[in-house]
Design a protein around this ligand. Structure first.
Ligand SMILES: Nc1ncnc2c1ncn2[C@@H]1O[C@H](COP(=O)(O)OP(=O)(O)OP(=O)(O)O)[C@@H](O)[C@H]1O
Ligand SMILES: [Mg+2]
Length: 237
C-alpha cells in the first residue's frame, strides 16, 4: 500500500501519485461512546465504503460539492480529492435523539424539530468534542465567518437531498454528522464519510434503527452486523 497520510479509528488515508487525490480505506473497526467501546466487525469497512460512495453520488447529483471521485474496485477503498480538513463535526438534526436529548430533556425522543438545526463541535478527544457557537470558528481560526455560513448552507442542502433520498426507501433521516475540508484551490466541500456510523436512520413503519445505535445500545456483534447488512441492501439495493 502507498504512504499513509493519517489514520483514525475507522479509516486510513493514503497518498496517491496525484497530489490532489487520496485513497480512503475503511477499516472493520467499530467504536462508540468516545472510544470506550471498540470491536472489529468483519465486512463493516466494505459496507461503509459502499454506502458512503452511494450517498456521495446522490449528493453530487443534488449539486452538493464533495470530495468523492469513485469507489475503488477493491471495495473497502474510496478514491477522493485530497482535502485540508477542518477539525470540526457539523451535525444536522431533524428529530430529537442522542446527545441533543441529553442536553435538552424538554424534548421527547423522536419529536420533530420545528426546523432542521445545524450544530458545530470541535474534534478534540481530550476535550470530549465540545460544542461550538458560530463565533468560536473564526475565533479559533478554524474557518472564516463566510465559510461558516457556507458550511451551514451546504449542510442544509445535504439534509434536503438525503432526507428526500431516504424517504423514497422508507427511512427517516433523524440526524447526521459531516466533515468539511478545502481542496488545493481553497474550495470548501464535504469530505470524510456518510454511512450508518455517521447518521441515525429509522424505518418509517417500524421505527427500527438502521444505524450504529444498535451497537451503542449494547446489541451483540451479530445483531450489529445484521443491521449494517440490512442498511446496505436498503440503501444500495
Ligand atoms: N478527502 C480527505 N482528505 C484528507 N483527509 C481526509 C479526507 N476525508 C477524511 N479525512 C480525514 O481522515 C481522517 C481519518 O478518519 P477517521 O474517521 O478514521 O479518524 P478521525 O475522525 O480523525 O478520528 P476518529 O478515530 O475519532 O474517527 C480524519 O481525520 C478525517 O478528517
Ligand atoms: Mg472519523
Amino acid at each position: 500500500m502507498p504512504e499513509k497520510i493519517s489514520e483514525g479509528k475507522t479509516k486510513i488515508i493514503y497518498k496517491t501519485p496525484d497530489k490532489d487525490e487520496v485513497l480512503i480505506e475503511f477499516k472493520d473497526d467499530i467504536t462508540a461512546l468516545d472510544g470506550e467501546k471498540h470491536d472489529i466487525l468483519p465486512g463493516k469497512g466494505e459496507i461503509n465504503a459502499t454506502i458512503s460512495a452511494k450517498l456521495f453520488e446522490e449528493l453530487e447529483r443534488g449539486d452538493v460539492p464533495t470530495h468523492f471521485i469513485s469507489l475503488d474496485p477493491s471495495k473497502p477503498v474510496m478514491r477522493a480529492k485530497r482535502l485540508e480538513m477542518i477539525p470540526i463535526e457539523v451535525v444536522c438534526r431533524n428529530l430529537a435523539a442522542g446527545h441533543f436529548l441529553q442536553r435538552f430533556p424538554m424534548f421527547t425522543k423522536g419529536e420533530k424539530l420545528r426546523m432542521p438545526i445545524v450544530e458545530f463541535f470541535l474534534k478534540n478527544d481530550e476535550l470530549h468534542d465540545p460544542m461550538l457557537v458560530e463565533d468560536h470558528l473564526p475565533l479559533l481560526a478554524l474557518a472564516s465567518g463566510e465559510e461558516v455560513q457556507k458550511m451551514k448552507e451546504i449542510t442544509r442542502r445535504v439534509n434536503a437531498v438525503l432526507s428526500d433520498f431516504f424517504q423514497k426507501i422508507e427511512l427517516t433521516l433523524v440526524d447526521f454528522k459531516i466533515e468539511f475540508g478545502r481542496d488545493s484551490a481553497g474550495e470548501l466541500m464535504v469530505g470524510d464519510e456518510l454511512n450508518c456510523d455517521s447518521m441515525r436512520l429509522w424505518e418509517i413503519d417500524t421505527g427500527e434503527a438502521f444505524d450504529k445505535d444498535v451497537y451503542r445500545k449494547g446489541g451483540s456483534l451479530d445483531q450489529v452486523k445484521d443491521i449494517y447488512v440490512k442498511s446496505l441492501r436498503r440503501i444500495v439495493g
